[in-house]
Write a protein that binds this ligand. Structure first.
Ligand code: PGA
Length: 263
């Protein structure tokens, strides 16, 4: 039986002071409910404060990205060891925004290609996180153009194959996967629950081929993309959807608590 997991991806929102107020309100809202694992992924700067506040709760802390090298001359980067020392137990990897695949952008896409990680950097990041006992939340998903061209399944397959390439299956117990169609992120266009279920089931069968049946059965596969309190229950009741990666709606503590309660 897979335990549901709901993770809030705060992206580039909230100062540390705002983060504290939001988390205090979320803790009050959630009370002693324990129906799902809960993760909050604030900005790097807010991690210590949020960690301090949630220490005596079931809420766990995640980062939004990581650099794979342990230390060195890598200006602006944060290592997995540093995240672990700050109390992170999860980290998002390969989000479409760090892959440079923003749904909507007012400047030319090539201007942000320096964010653009590759499937290879995603693979290196997963390796570094596992080495430090941090659970990677690996994001995969197709753009609208790829969906229109019937490439969804091929994109998901390639992203998973490359992300997990040469990693030891016996060390992948900690892995979480989030199916996040790029066209559903921050757009209010949620993926139909049956289609989200189909793709999450596909993720599981690809995992079976790549890393074996045992892991494919136990690995948590989340859905992400415009999850709200009003659609969470239907999405989370699908047999292959083990919870959600929630962006915009996780910024509102009452809404986020309602989403967690649906899980
Ligand atoms: P959204 O973002 O819930 O705001 O669509 C999800 C995500 O990017 O993880």
């Amino acid at each position: 039986m897979r335990r549901k997991l709901v993770a809030g991806n705060w992206k580039m929102h909230m100062t540390a002071t705002e983060a504290v107020a939001t988390v205090e309100c979320f803790i009050k809202e959630i009370g002693s409910k324990d129906s799902a694992d809960m993760v909050i992924c604030p900005t790097f700067l807010s991690i210590p404060k949020v960690r301090e506040l949630t220490k005596s709760t079931k809420i766990e802390i995640g980062a939004q990205d990581v650099f794979w090298m342990p230390k060195g001359a890598f200006t602006g980067q944060i290592s997995a060891g540093m995240l672990r020392a700050a109390g992170c137990s999860y980290c998002i990897v390969g989000h479409s925004e760090t892959r440079g695949r923003f749904g909507k952008l007012e400047i030319p896409a090539e201007t942000v290609c320096h964010f653009g990680e590759t499937d290879h950097t995603v693979n290196l990041k997963i390796g570094a996180l596992l080495e430090h006992g941090i659970r990677p939340i690996l994001c995969v998903g197709e753009t609208q153009a790829e969906r229109d061209a019937s490439m969804t399944d091929a994109i998901i397959t390639t992203q998973l194959e490359k992300a997990l390439h040469s990693l030891d299956p016996t060390e992948l117990d900690a892995l979480v996967i989030a199916y996040e169609p790029v066209w559903a992120i921050g757009t209010g266009k949620v993926c139909d629950s049956l289609e989200a279920e189909r793709v999450c089931g596909l993720v599981r069968s690809i995992l079976e081929d790549l890393v074996g049946e045992g892991l494919a059965r136990t690995c948590r596969v989340l859905y992400g993309g415009s999850v709200k309190a009003s659609n969470a229950k239907e999405l989370f009741s699908q047999p292959n959807i083990d919870g959600g990666l929630v962006g915009g709606a996780s910024l509102d503590p009452k809404e986020f608590a309602a989403i967690v309660s649906s899980a």
